[in-house]
Design a protein around this ligand. Structure first.
Ligand code: HEC
Ligand code: HEC
Length: 242
């Protein structure tokens, strides 16, 4: 009886000591960093961007950032501005403190630097010059329509994203269309500017005309009227190609 008592006392003691060894001592407590002091790319990207742009910068609902051509197309100042100010009228939020967001300039810089480290390629050279991020040319809608028929239509039919659908066009900015036409969407299988023109590289003028054509298809009240149901009960393809 006496012996059993001391054994259980020993057990209680060792449990207490065991627990105590897991309790942080005053010296080992790490202060929780203030949110505006976090500059780890993984944390900043994971908490602010991955839901839309995908866990590793691809396969998300928004454009893939894990694309060396896109990383080359947008210079540091542009990337910084897009993250800080967002893209008004789209789902891309403004993250910079100056624009009402939560990230400091240093954190935006850390995001830019991290994307470059992970997803850019210094050795990327092209056989012909890449169209610029912004153009000084004027778009020709009629020519854009011809290019669409010859270069895009074959792929963008059936169940693929109908990029001529006004509902789709209400959700993307002109710049996003331009960026996608140049950098491609490798995660979705949409080719970049070097091969999208039936194997031919498309030029600044081609991109500008294609974008002019697509935005000319926008309507004031996208989504209305709803597409009619066909006899099979399937929704009829809803394209508004002119
Ligand atoms: C709620 C969804 C959402 C979140 C969160 C988000 N984005 Fe975006 N992002 C978008 C959309 C949508 C676009 C395309 C906007 C348009 O139509 O121009 C975009 C566009 C971009 C572009 C390309 C702009 C261009 O000029 O072509 C970059 C770069 C970008 N986002 C970076 C980021 C980074 C970095 C973060 C995190 C700090 C982030 N985004 C968070 C939705 C999001
Ligand atoms: C080789 C086939 C192919 C060709 C050619 C092609 N695309 Fe695509 N494109 C795709 C695929 C696949 C997707 C992803 C479609 C989806 O998600 O349903 C896509 C996506 C896109 C998107 C992005 C859609 C989104 O979800 O944001 C745009 C914009 C686009 N294409 C425009 C064009 C234009 C304009 C042309 C002609 C210059 C073109 N594409 C030519 C295959 C192609």
């Amino acid at each position: 009886m006496h012996r059993a008592h001391s054994v259980s006392l020993l057990a209680v003691c060792s449990i207490l000591i065991g627990c105590a060894s897991h309790l942080p001592t005053m010296n080992s407590v790490q202060p929780v960093p203030r949110p505006d002091q976090i500059v780890s790319f993984d944390r900043l990207y994971g908490e602010n961007c991955s839901a839309c742009h995908g866990a590793n910068g691809q396969d998300g609902p928004a454009i893939d950032l894990n694309n060396a051509v896109l990383q080359q197309l947008l210079d540091d100042a542009t990337l910084h501005r897009v993250i800080r100010d967002g893209v008004p009228g789209t789902q891309m939020p403004a993250f910079g403190e100056s624009a009402g967001g939560m990230l400091t300039d240093a954190q935006v810089d850390a995001l830019v630097a991290g994307m470059r480290r992970r997803w850019a390629s210094a050795s990327l050279v092209h056989p012909v010059q890449m169209p610029p991020y912004t153009s000084t040319l004027t778009g020709n809608t009629a020519r854009g329509q011809q290019l669409y028929q010859s270069d895009c239509r074959s792929c963008h039919s059936g169940r693929r994203q109908q990029v001529t659908d006004p509902t789709y066009l209400a959700l993307v900015s002109e710049q996003a269309l331009r960026t996608i036409l140049i950098a491609g969407r490798p995660d979705l299988g949409h080719p970049g500017w070097l091969t999208v023109g039936g194997g031919r590289a498309i030029t600044d003028q081609d991109v500008t005309d294609l974008v002019a054509y697509l935005v000319s298809l926008r309507v004031a009240t996208p989504g209305q009227p709803y597409p009619e149901q066909s006899e099979t009960g399937k929704t009829a393809p809803h394209t508004q190609e002119k």
